[in-house]
Design a protein around this ligand. Sequence first.
Ligand SMILES: [Zn+2]
Length: 199
Amino acid sequence: MRGITHAGVGATAYIAASGLMQRDFSIFELVFVVGASLLPDIDHPKSKASKYVLPVKSKEGKRAFFVCLGIAVLLFDYLYVGENALKALGALLIMIGFTSHRNGITHSLVGMMLFMFVVHYTGTKYEYKYLTQLFAIGYGSHLFTDSFTKAGLPLFYPITKKKFKGIITYRVGSKVGDFIEMVILLLCVVYIIYTLPTI
Ligand SMILES: [Zn+2]
């Protein structure tokens, strides 16, 4: 699924969840959830998420960047902090460096839980108790919508590389796929326009 569609679905999921939880709308939270909804595609060197993060947009550049960053985080943790969340983050970054698009850790439940562990640590540290839930809404919406694509998801990676997908699927980038994503995006925009003033 394309980045813009993930962002639309993530924003819609946030607005819907805010309504259900009877919480006030917050632009910070919206941006955070949309960011989380784009995060899994960080494993693709040319995705929307990578666009703002990677200095070099090639496979090798992506690998070198994430592996170096992961080692730096682990070293920083070893020397100064000694916190499990940072160890998890370092390990995650190195794993992201070694996975190709949609084949590894960022599109799995293990990856989602590791990220949530890091986010939970940050939320607790800065006393923002909803951070983990907000992250789960964005990240979860990405995995959910990707499960309708033909390629499927390695949901239980690294235990198994087997890909899982929904009953109805479409091919990303095909004419039908583009049309479906356009309709989804349109529905998201309509939902947001109608719901936003009510929360
Ligand atoms: Zn994806």
